[in-house]
Design a protein around this ligand. Sequence first.
Ligand code: HPA
Length: 274
Amino acid sequence: MHPVPEAIREAVNYIKSQYDKPVETGIILGSGLGNLINEMTIANTIRYAEIPFFPTSTVEGHDGKLIFGQLGSKQVVVMSGRLHIYEGYSPAEVAFPVRVLKLLGVHTLLISNAAGGVNPAFAVGDLMIITDHISLATLNPLVGKNEPAFGIRFPDMTAPYNQKLIEKAKDIADRLNIPLREGIYFGVTGPSFETRAEYKMIRLLGGDAVGMSTIQEVIAAVHAGLRVFGISVITDLGLPEVTNTITHEEVLEKAKEAEPKITALFKELVKAIG
Ligand code: HPA
């Protein structure tokens, strides 16, 4: 057994002193997508600020709590409020909560986010299952000393998003009549939205959507052996023919509008997870 870094161990010990039940599914909710917690029977809420060494979230629309409880018959923990590189956190700090979740027993991680669409077939409000990502324009959370307590130095990243979960999500969406897109999430650091030239480049490089989160969490999760499912709400479009400016308010508003679909999908997906 490799030693767990002390900061993570202290964070986990504190959480366990407050909430002791095993949790199997972790859920990270993106900007404007926090409503899933209303579907839960909440057993305990722990603010990030209370937890030793836990980085705290500073963005509007991200309130910074771990919420423990049941969703259907499953024990889940929801990260309400995530951390971003653009807030000034190091990539490893952004990944810290994922490692904490791993040590709490989580084996499956569901992630949502708001993203800009660069695929010309997409419309605002679409949901896109993330089938793969491009992380070269953002920072890798595994830079630095490897932590063998979580995983190996050079983890495989050929299939970060679990195919079985993708298939399950597609079946559920079919059943619930929720149209889904699939595509590649292109990670950036933000906080500025992209220039027109950058949106064009992202499309040329193979992206379908672009966003400022998710990548660090997913890489840390895959490193630690978690199964990952990710989905983006397309909140704006970075297409040559679309000339509106993009604001954070607009992103939050469009995410809110699409939220019931993601909430329904996540609820059913948690039920279906073995
Ligand atoms: N670019 C980057 N991040 C985003 C966007 C975007 O257009 N929309 C929502 N998050």
